[in-house]
Design a protein. Structure first.
Length: 385
């Protein structure tokens, strides 16, 4: 039970609006019936004082029933909260535009790392904090949760021998747990498995077509939530709160809270925007210059277009060295109408998309130079590619 919802309340010793007098004992008699086709049903009893207690206040909970019942104390609910902001200077928005086309700006949304250390019940609640008094916020809010992707640069610090030793220990723990399970039928084996940390987590850029994920519907401008019961081997996860529309003049951005209620301790960390950076760009006719083979070294005059490619300045601050992983990726390609006409051919009255003659037209690349204030870049000065 995560929060008191009036519609879920079955009964109470006191009716709403009734005057309540101080008492040492209260009692409630009621008849509980199983729902149709159910062999077992559970109810939650919440004893409480009308005012928070100062100091310890012991109590007894005594239950008489005509049939056999089982009563146990539920674990204490653990609450963790992180806050974030949808940046008004970025488009961001939902994973899909109009429910069909992949949104290249979805990865700009704030992202959170969730790690489980024990089997646990989890309820994730997203609440809007900005613009609550406005009648029209322009967009509803929603949540997406997917498996975390490991950052390859963080794995460079772990040598191969250490990885093999960890894998051997995990396999030994699993074998021991299986032995216990064979000898004791009612014992549930608990296997402690090393989970990835926040240092080994990369920002999610997109969700693949065959990838596992959970996504809420954009039903409310104020709140979105879902509940799951996960084993400790599930995850780790990345949680992405988003708006149902991309941010513009009609859509209110602002701040939000992400709250996790759980039966066991979980790890919830907001990805640091200064260490997990993502920039959405676009190649157009004016800035799609091709590889260095289209530079002055290989072609002449107006045909040299390499210099027109987009350029980004990466500044490293702090002491010592840093492991940096630079990933260039692109979302699902959406052809515009003019390009589609160029790429289609008619065969037997049917239009089919032409396949490129070579795979070079679909390849990606990048060049890394040291910034020396130069305006022109030569392939010979490239540090890496």
């Amino acid at each position: 039970l995560w929060e008191p919802i009036k519609e879920d309340l079955i009964d109470s010793p006191h009716q709403e609006g009734e005057d309540v007098l101080p008492a040492r004992e209260i009692m409630k008699q009621m008849k509980l019936d199983l729902e149709e086709k159910k062999k077992e049903q559970s109810f939650i009893i919440v004893p409480h004082l009308f005012d928070p207690a100062v100091g310890d206040r012991p109590f007894w909970l005594r239950i008489f029933s005509s049939d056999q019942v089982e009563v146990c104390l539920l674990p204490e609910t653990i609450e963790i909260e992180e806050r974030g902001t949808w940046n008004k200077d970025l488009k961001q928005g939902p994973r899909l535009i109009d429910g069909a086309c992949e949104n290249p700006n979805w990865c700009e949304n704030p992202q959170f790392f969730l790690n489980l250390k024990n089997p646990t019940h989890v309820k994730i609640v997203l609440k809007r904090l900005t613009g609550l008094k406005k009648k029209n916020l322009g967009a509803n809010i929603g949540l997406l949760i997917a498996k975390s992707e490991n950052d390859k640069s963080a794995q460079f610090t772990t040598d191969k021998f250490t990885k093999i030793q960890k894998q051997k220990k995990q396999m030994e723990a699993i074998r021991e747990a299986m032995k216990i399970r064979k000898t004791q039928k009612h014992v549930v084996p608990f296997v402690q498995i090393d989970k990835p940390t926040i240092a080994k987590t990369a920002r999610r850029l997109r969700i693949g077509p065959k990838e596992w994920f959970l996504e809420t519907q954009y039903k409310s401008p104020f709140v979105a939530a879902f509940y799951r019961n996960w084993h400790q081997t599930a995850g780790p996860f990345i949680i992405v709160p988003s708006l149902s529309k991309q941010i513009d003049k009609e859509v209110t951005a602002g701040t939000f809270s992400l709250t996790i209620y759980s039966s066991h301790h979980v790890e919830l960390v907001k990805l640091d925007e200064s260490k997990h950076i993502v920039i959405s760009g676009e190649w157009k006719k004016s800035n799609s210059g091709g590889s260095h083979l289209h530079s002055d070294e290989f072609v002449r005059g107006s045909e040299a277009s390499w210099q027109t490619n987009p350029k980004y300045l990466l500044t490293l601050s702090g002491e010592g060295k840093a492991d940096v992983e630079i990933v260039l990726s692109r979302p699902q390609w959406k052809m515009n109408e003019s390009r589609k006409k160029e790429m289609t051919k008619t065969q037997g009255g049917k239009e089919e998309v032409k396949k490129p003659k070579t795979i070079v037209g679909s390849m990606l690349g990048m060049y890394i130079f040291e910034n020396k204030g130069q305006k022109l870049f030569k392939k010979s000065d490239c540090l890496d590619e």
